[in-house]
Design a protein around this ligand. Structure first.
Ligand SMILES: [Zn+2]
Length: 204
């Protein structure tokens, strides 16, 4: 992921469905979200520390095991060997069957950090983490079986998270620095979830 709260926003329901079945889930967050505020009285380092604490709280609620912060500057991610190598190291350490990340396909509107993270995470999984001679100092090779990408323009997989929607929203609300009105957020997300069930379509 790019920022604290991305997981809770985009895929916490899927994460909950997995961890409740005993699946081991690790988080890797490229920035600590040091630009994400409209509060004129908070500086970047203090905001980053607060947001890491919020992410750790949310991760505990979601049943995640490890949370790694790469601590790049928010809104300044670029495609680089450094970032790709860090994702390779994380994949070779966690050794996942499934990678969850952003769909980097250009859409109408996309946070640049999301696009970069999606591109670099996919490049890290295939071929870099898989091939022994690529980033040889980043651990033993690992072949990830599959990736699920979110926030793309043409989704092909739909996961019904209605059974864990309340917990997903609660995890998102752990990000108090990103929440104006918890009641409004809860109402909006429940409305969206209800609408989606009503207008269910076959996305494949
Ligand atoms: Zn984000």
């Amino acid at each position: 992921m790019a920022h604290p709260d991305d997981i809770e926003f985009f895929c916490a329901g899927s994460v909950l469905l997995m961890t409740r079945r005993g699946v081991h889930v690790d988080f890797v967050v490229a920035t600590s979200g040091d630009k994400g505020t409209e509060d004129p009285d908070i500086e970047g380092p203090a905001l980053a520390a607060r947001r890491e604490a919020e992410q750790r709280q949310a991760a505990a609620m979601l049943g995640a095991q490890d949370v790694e912060f790469l601590r790049h500057a928010d809104a300044e991610l670029t495609e680089s060997l450094e970032l790709r190598g860090e994702f390779v190291r994380a994949i070779r350490r966690s050794r996942p069957d499934l990678l969850l990340t952003f769909d980097p396909t250009p859409g109408y509107r996309q946070h640049p950090d999301h696009r970069v993270v999606g591109r670099m995470a996919l490049d890290a999984a295939w071929p870099c983490a898989r091939d022994r001679l690529t980033h040889p100092d980043m651990g033993p090779p690992h072949k990830t079986a599959e990736a699920w990408l979110f926030a793309g323009p043409k989704p092909t997989l739909k996961v019904d998270v209605s059974s864990v929607l309340a917990e997903k929203i609660a995890a998102r609300l752990e990000h108090g620095s990103q929440t104006g009105s918890p009641a409004a957020l809860r109402a909006r997300w429940r409305h969206i979830a209800g609408e989606e069930r009503f207008a269910q379509v076959d996305l494949r």
